[in-house]
Design a protein. Structure first.
Length: 495
């Protein structure tokens, strides 16, 4: 008897089509997801050493392209300023989150109730510990914090610490992100981010807008001693444990190197301007429905020197009052300019505004006028219609922060009169870009002489300043700046 055994072999596995490879159901777990993508050629990884074994390092060109369709990177930005705050760090935090949301990422912003630069919360924030709102694709988590009516060094410390505590508690109970981006100041967010990132096993990035300990020391807010040493130790701690340390100017990057931050962790991430170029006339301002001059009864013949932004200690705006008081004493017209006719417009809010108003009354400098922060249309009109845009810094602070208002000013082709130390980043930019003049802080006579020279400049010189300014600011366009930072984030190790 003969037995016949029939063996049925399993069919060959069908090759996946390109369309099928693009639509993959998400497997559970980040590690299995990465390995699956690697197997199908979507992502290449390499092992690297870590405390908890092997980790994967990303090598694709774009966060969204490196993973299968439908996956989103979870980013939590953590900072004290956000929309609707109109000046300072707030607009950049807002646009950073908006950019990541536009790119399809899952974005959360841990922040405060709006308070800056008014140093006052809106009525609807009173009595609230937390509030969550959705704003343009971003989940915004607002946390209670103490806001002093009259900020002092101690009150500022309490102000920052209150936010650190409430926001850290909030961060612990949120869905775990892939990365935290911590915006400094406040400096004390660093230890909180370290603790939260360790508990959640996720990396954090420190993005520095101001070198807070250096600036506080330069302004005389704190004296050399144990407190200063403690702040520098805290700063060093933040940089040591951060996966990446970014700054907004070359001067900041140089400071990081002096503070022993590893070179591979240092990243340039400057502030930016919109991609669309401004198309206003570079020389002659045009009076329109939205006109700062018309709204404030200023003729086109009135020389207008304008400042807009925070009115605080580090701006040193009292030199403007001194210059206007000196101009009042002029009895002759020099160089074709009547210095007494200059209208000095200071638009903004801040802790130093009451003292500035007192100085105006004391010196009789009526040509200096304090305005509130202008709505967006009048703010743009101010930039367009000013004969000179003014940026001021207190002596000894210019190496530690870079005024982002410079970027907005240059889009409108206005010449810049900078009151800043020669060693400052602002002075370096004005000299390199050749779009204005620089005078030393505290020198009212030099400020007045520079204003006279710029007002007397002919159309050819003013056109050159406008052209140079627009050319210089082009390096800070939104998409190139933010996409470069996004690419740098991709090099971070997943933890």
């Amino acid at each position: 008897m003969q037995l016949r055994v029939q063996i049925r072999l399993p069919p060959e596995p069908r090759r996946r089509t390109a369309a099928e490879a693009q639509h993959v159901p998400a497997p559970r777990g980040a590690r299995s997801r990465i390995r699956l993508c690697e197997r199908w050629g979507v992502l290449r990884t390499e092992p690297s050493r870590g405390r908890r074994g092997e980790h994967e390092r990303f090598h694709s060109g774009n966060i969204q392209e490196r993973l299968y369709e439908g996956d989103r990177v979870k980013i939590t930005v953590w900072g004290i300023n956000y929309d609707p705050e109109p000046t300072g760090i707030g607009p950049f935090n807002t646009d950073l989150c908006a950019y990541f949301a536009e790119r399809g990422h899952d974005v959360r912003m841990i922040t405060t109730f709006p308070y800056y630069p008014w140093w006052k919360k809106p009525p609807e924030a009173r009595g609230k510990l937390y509030k969550t709102v959705a704003m343009k694709g971003v989940t915004v988590l607002r946390c209670w914090h103490y806001v002093p009516a009259k900020p002092s060094t101690l009150k500022r410390l309490l102000h920052e610490m209150s936010f650190v505590v409430t926001s850290a508690l909030k961060a612990l109970f949120l869905p775990r992100p892939d990365v935290f981006i911590v915006v400094s100041p406040p400096l004390f967010l660093g230890p909180a981010a370290f603790a939260v990132s360790r508990i959640l096993r996720r990396p954090f990035v420190v993005h520095v807008q101001d070198l807070q300990p250096d600036a506080a020391l330069g302004l005389g807010m704190i004296k050399p001693g144990p407190a200063v040493r403690a702040l520098y130790l805290l700063e060093k701690w933040n940089y040591r444990w951060a996966a990446l340390v970014s700054g907004i100017s070359q001067g900041m990057l140089d400071a990081f190197a002096r503070k022993d931050v590893a070179a591979e962790k240092i990243c340039m991430f400057p502030n930016w301007v919109p991609d669309a170029k401004t198309t206003g006339g570079p020389v002659q301002p045009a009076v329109s429905a939205a006109s700062f001059r018309a709204a404030n009864q200023l003729s086109l013949q009135t020389p207008l020197i304008a400042y807009s932004g925070n009115v605080g200690m580090k701006q040193g705006l009292e030199v403007v009052v001194e210059a206007a008081a000196k101009a009042k004493l002029e009895t002759t017209v020099r160089g074709g300019s009547d210095l007494r006719a200059i209208h000095w417009a200071i638009c903004g809010e801040g802790a130093a505004k009451p003292a500035l108003q007192e100085a105006i009354l004391r010196t009789g400098a009526e040509s200096v006028r304090l305005y509130p922060l202008q709505p967006d249309d009048l703010y743009q009109a101010l930039l367009r219609e000013a004969d000179i845009s003014l940026i001021t810094q207190q002596r000894g602070t210019g190496q530690f922060f870079f005024p982002s208002k410079l970027l907005s000013i240059l889009q409108y082709g206005r010449p810049v009169l900078a009151v800043a130390d020669e060693s400052s980043e602002l002075a370096r930019a004005v000299h390199q870009g050749d779009f204005g003049l620089v005078v030393e802080p505290g020198d009212a006579s030099a400020l007045l002489a520079a204003a006279e020279k710029m007002l007397a400049a002919d159309d050819l010189q003013r056109a050159a300043w406008a052209r140079n300014g627009r050319a210089w600011v082009d390096q800070f366009r939104r998409t190139p700046v933010l996409s470069a930072f996004e690419a740098r984030l991709e090099t971070l190790r997943k933890r």
